[in-house]
Design a protein around this ligand. Structure first.
Ligand SMILES: Nc1ncnc2c1ncn2[C@@H]1O[C@H](COP(=O)(O)OP(=O)(O)OP(=O)(O)O)[C@@H](O)[C@H]1O
Ligand SMILES: [Mg+2]
Length: 246
């Protein structure tokens, strides 16, 4: 298993209140699998993705990436796994405002430090920006780009270190349907040809249908436990029959 999440819980405790955002989420993802996570706003989808990606510690439960229990590791070791194995497309891009589009895409490679050949890295960053249709915006800063363009820079950035796992939080939320379809085609192609393991959180049922598996998340839980891929009764979300809940 490339991802093994067990009994994940996440609570935010404030002096006068306690919010249980994840209430015991268990699931596994195999190498090269394409999983879509759908569900209403506030269900805990982004929280879950951040925890799987090593960005936010669960209150309890474990996450293993390639067999490594990432929250038993120190911050430095976890950051290394993240940098080398996991690409992340955030719901709200998180681009660095002072840097150009090209520099934003280059950044993960600089942090990772595996390859220090700047001319090679610049060429790769430029190529990735070309793939998301931004060859003409390399020198623009995020503030000079539209929302959809910023999202595409974030997508190029997520692929810079050739991750084996890509976690995408509403990757096409700010794109028109044609650009959104191109991005999904690109991700689906990487999934198919390079065995990129793909987890996409989306409100778009058209995107969810491209996945091999769909999980519905509601109120901090997966609607169905793992291992019930052939339960037709779970398929009450208007999606095609061949795409079933995990
Ligand atoms: N740092 C935080 N402190 C307190 N509550 C938080 C924090 N982060 C998230 N929450 C709460 O946790 C719940 C789940 O948030 P999350 O962002 O995971 O939802 P989501 O399923 O991604 O929703 P959306 O589809 O709107 O993006 C929300 O009710 C949110 O208000
Ligand atoms: Mg979210």
């Amino acid at each position: 298993m490339v991802i093994d999440a067990f009994q994940l819980m996440k609570s935010y405790v404030q002096p006068a209140s306690r919010l249980d955002v994840l209430k015991g989420v268990t699931f596994q993802v195999k190498e090269g699998e394409f999983l879509a996570v759908v569900g209403p706003s506030g269900a805990g989808k982004s929280t879950l993705l951040h925890i799987i990606g090593g960005l936010d510690k669960p209150s309890s439960g474990t996450v293993s990436v390639d067999g490594e229990d990432i929250y038993r590791l120190g911050d430095k070791a976890r950051a290394k796994i993240r940098s080398r194995k996991i690409g992340f497309i955030f719901q709200f891009y998180h681009l660095l405002p002072e840097f150009s589009a090209l520099e934003n895409v280059l950044l993960p490679a600089m942090v990772c430090g595996r390859n220090t050949d700047m001319s090679f890295l610049k060429a790769r960053a430029g190529e990735l920006l070309g793939k998301v249709g931004l060859s003409h915006r390399l020198e623009h800063r995020p503030g000079e780009l539209s929302g959809g363009e910023q999202q595409r820079v974030a997508i190029a950035r997520s692929l810079m270190n050739e991750p084996k796992i890509l976690l995408c939080d509403e990757p096409t939320g700010n794109l028109d349907s044609a650009s959104g379809a191109e991005i999904i085609n690109l991700l689906a192609e990487l999934n198919r040809d390079k065995k990129l393991t793909l987890i996409i959180v989306t409100h778009d049922s058209g995107i969810a249908r491209r996945a091999q598996k769909i999980v519905m998340m509601k109120d901090g839980r997966f609607m169905d436990g793992p291992g019930r891929a052939d339960d037709h009764n779970n398929n009450n979300d208007g999606l095609k029959d061949e795409v079933r809940c995990v």
